[in-house]
Structure formats: C-alpha cells, structure tokens
Design a protein around this ligand. Structure first.
Ligand SMILES: Nc1ncnc2c1ncn2[C@@H]1O[C@H](COP(=O)(O)OP(=O)(O)OP(=O)(O)O)[C@@H](O)[C@H]1O
Length: 448
C-alpha cells in the first residue's frame, strides 16, 4: 500500500526539515506559501495538511495563513487541516477551527504530541472516506429518495418491484418519513410516469368538501356549484392518485371510495352518469389502520382493498446512518441555494444529528439543517446552529413563546395519541375546532 500523503505548509526551512524528519512514515509534500500549497493539494490530494498560520507575505500575522486554510477547505472539504499557531495565540486557533480546521497545535513543536495528532487525523480521514464510499454504494436507486440504511434499501427494492404493477400500495409511517416521496417514486417508475400524479391530503380538507374534491360535481349539485367540475380522481386518469392520510377519511366517504376501487367507475356529486377512470391508487397513513378498524373509524373491507402491498417506512431514528447522510445532502443543497460558505458539521453537531430522536423525521431534519445553514457563522454547522443538545432532546429555553409552543405541541401530540389519531376526537379533547387543530398540526409538522 502506498504511504499516506501529508502536506506540510511551512515557510521556515529549518522547521520544514525537522517536520520532514519527524513524519518519515508518511509521504511528505512541502509547500512554503499559499500558491504552492494549492498546487500540491490539487496534484496529490493529501488526506492531512499541517499548516503554519504565519505565511508570507504576512509571516508575522495570520491573515495569509487563514486565507490559505480557507482555500484548502473550499477546494477539498474532506481534508483534515491541522493549524500550527504561535504560542498563546488562542484566538487564531479558535478562528481556524471555526473556518473548518480539524485541529490546532501551538508552537513550540513537540514532535511526539504532533505525531499523535497527525496520526489521529489520518485515522479519521480514512474512516470518513470509507463511510462515504459505503454510503455511495448503498444509496437507494430511486431518484430523489436518499438512504444508506438497510431498511431504505429494502423499501427501494419493493418500490421498484411494485411500481410496474397496478397493485394498490399503502405506505405507512410517521409524519415526515417520506411517504409522499415514495409515492412519487412509484409513479415515476411506472408505465404511467408520463401522465399526472395527483395528490390529495384527506386530513387537510374539511369533511364536507372532501367528497366533491375527490369525485367532482355536476352543475347545481349544491349551492355555489356553478360549473361541472372534475374531481381529483378523474384528474388522475391514466396516472397515479395519491390519497394521503387516508385514515382521516370520514367513514361515510370510505364506502364511496371502496365502490370506486372495486368497479373503477365513479359518479360526480349530483350526477347520475357512471364515469370510468383508469388510475393507479397509492395511499398513505401515519395511523395504525387496524386499530382504527377496531374503533369503528375505518372500514375493514376498504383496508383490505388498499393494502394489497403494504410498505412500512421506519422512523428516521431507526434508520442507522440515514440521519447523517440526509443531513449532509440537505446541507449541500441549502448551502448552494443560499449561496452560503457552509461545508460541513462540527463533530459534536454530527454526533447530535445521529443521536437525536427526530420526532418530525426527515422533514424536521431538512428544516433544521436549512435554518442552521442560514444561521452558521463559520464553515461548519455547530451544535448551537442546530438547536440540538448532546442528549438529543430540546435545548432548554426560557423564551415565553418557545415554552408555550412546546407545551402546545405536547398537548396536541398527546390528544392525537389518546384519540388514536382521530382528528375530530382530538379536537374535542383539546376544546378546539378541527380547522384550529389542523393549523396546529401543520405548525408542528404533525401533518402537512
Ligand atoms: N429518503 C428521502 N430522501 C430525500 N428527501 C426526503 C426523503 N424522505 C423525505 N424527504 C424529504 O422530507 C420531507 C417530508 O417528506 P414527505 O412529505 O414525503 O413525508 P410524509 O411522510 O409524506 O409526511 P406527512 O406524513 O407529513 O405527509 C420532504 O421535503 C421530502 O422531500
């Protein structure tokens, strides 16, 4: 195996020689200023760089050293840069780390300690490289659906298989786990991809409007029905109909949907004519539908009809390496979108991403990373930017609004759990109207 490459950026020839001698187990590359450092970096792609902060034309200051560090991180963000600072220059050391340096070391040079720091940096760089390769190899083959976990790989394989059939698919998973993303993937991979994908959220539409939204209506069917209007089912002709939060569909409407699924014909509200519609149906729910059947809120025959293929999407916290993989993906996307210089996460921020429970799943992760990219001051997102702590819980806050929000969110979650996710019952428990509860659920990402 070829020796690992270490780039030493140092303008003092005496120190250069000493460092060369000290690190003879590595393949040493030397540069004395920024241009030569960048040339070496591009040519040899060293995993670790040991860099003096005092470089010409500012050998007594840190401006050129910091600029060099900046350029290195920009050009090769995975490189571990160890910055060597003047004795007692803690401010520059901290600045360097916030710019993305892996570690710092204060002069005078003690070769044993420095050797340890460099060896650790190589070890970490190697682990990260292996991790990246592994993640790349295990990315799900579905465009737009990221995941390195075994469970997502399994789901991707199922989606590929069922997409080509006409089977009705039920996607089950907590809010924000990616049910709609997968429904779209099923559509994209099917022979209906060139036709429409029509989504409707059964929980977000008031009960009395849902029927006409789905089935359409004839002119004069009810007050205000001035024109004949096609419903979402008809709009999905030839394509895919995505019924999100099917568990929230009123029982009265469930029988009408069942009839459509069995006979593939529908009648618009106020109409008499049977209209055939050829659409593939994909449903999603965050509820436990068998439980809903027991409590009389969901028709068993409809459940059998929509659950030809059931795909269970595990919550993000149960998906091994996915949180970090997704965080890095959202970070790169947000940095590009906002023109931000943020390139990665500090070690403790990365640890917190892996340890956090992610009650709002991928959606919450995406929002937090997006916000952190905007808030970050350095090149790395810190724990503070994320608003998470090591224990994975919420950061304590005494802001009255935040305390109120947290209490509200807890009450909404509890009411939904007690009402086994029946929105009307939960609204009763909370003493608010259904629309108010929907607003609260949207606010806390419990539904969209
Ligand atoms: N595997 C994934 N790869 C990339 N992005 C994802 C993935 N899963 C979810 N997302 C993103 O997370 C957000 C939430 O996903 P989605 O709307 O599909 O979740 P959901 O389970 O349908 O949520 P809800 O139950 O609230 O309707 C979206 O912005 C989506 O793009």
């Amino acid at each position: 195996m070829s020796a690992e490459k270490l780039l030493i950026v140092e303008d003092d020839p005496g120190l250069q020689r000493q460092l060369r001698w000290c690190f003879d187990r590595y393949e040493i590359l030397v540069a004395e200023d920024r241009p030569s450092a960048m040339a070496q970096l591009r040519r040899h792609e060293p995993a670790v760089v040991l860099q003096d902060l005092g470089l010409p034309p500012d050998p007594d200051g840190v401006s050129e050293g910091l600029a060099t560090l900046n350029d290195i991180i920009d050009a090769a963000p995975h490189t571990k840069v160890i910055v060597v600072t003047g004795n007692g220059d803690a401010t520059s050391a901290v600045r360097s780390v916030s710019l993305g340096a892996y570690d710092f070391y204060e002069k005078p040079v003690d070769t044993d300690t420095l050797n340890l720091i460099v060896a650790r940096a190589f070890h970490l760089a190697d682990l990260e490289r292996q991790n990246r390769a592994l993640m790349l190899a295990r990315q799900t083959p579905l465009a737009g659906v990221l995941g390195a976990s075994e469970s997502m790989a399994r789901i991707a394989r199922t989606v590929e298989k069922v997409a080509r059939t006409r089977a009705t698919v039920l996607l089950q998973g907590e809010t924000g786990t990616g049910k709609e993303v997968l429904a779209r993937a099923i559509h994209r991979l099917s022979d209906r991809a060139s036709e429409s994908f029509v989504a409707i959220n059964c929980a977000a539409i008031p009960e009395n409007l849902l029927e006409s939204e789905l089935f359409g209506y004839e002119r004069g069917a009810f007050t205000g029905a001035q024109n004949q209007t096609r419903g979402k089912i008809e709009m999905a002709e030839g394509g895919t109909l995505f019924l999100d939060e099917i568990g929230d569909m009123p029982v009265s409407l469930q029988s009408k949907l069942l009839r459509f699924l069995q006979e593939r014909v529908l009648e618009r509200v106020g109409g008499r004519r049977e209209i055939p519609v050829d659409t593939r149906v994909v449903c999603a729910t965050h509820q436990n539908l068998p439980g809903q059947i027991d409590s009389g809120n969901f028709r068993q025959d409809l459940y059998y009809r929509i659950s030809e293929i059931v795909i269970d999407i595990p919550p993000l916290r149960a998906r091994e390496s996915d949180p970090l993989l997704l965080a890095r993906h959202f970070l790169a996307a947000a940095a590009q979108q906002h023109g931000s210089a943020v390139r990665g996460l500090t070690d403790d921020a990365a640890e917190a991403v892996s340890a956090y429970e992610w009650p709002g799943n991928v959606r919450e992760l995406e929002h937090r990373i997006n916000r952190a990219v905007i808030m970050a001051e350095g090149k790395l997102i810190t724990l503070e930017d994320l608003g998470l702590d090591h224990s994975g819980g919420e950061r304590p806050s005494f802001s009255l609004r935040e305390v109120r929000d947290r209490a509200e969110e807890r009450a909404v979650r509890e009411a939904l759990a007690r009402a086994t996710d029946n929105v009307s019952k939960a609204a009763d428990l909370l003493g608010v109207s259904r629309p108010t509860l929907y607003d609260l659920m949207r606010k806390f990402d419990l539904k969209c």
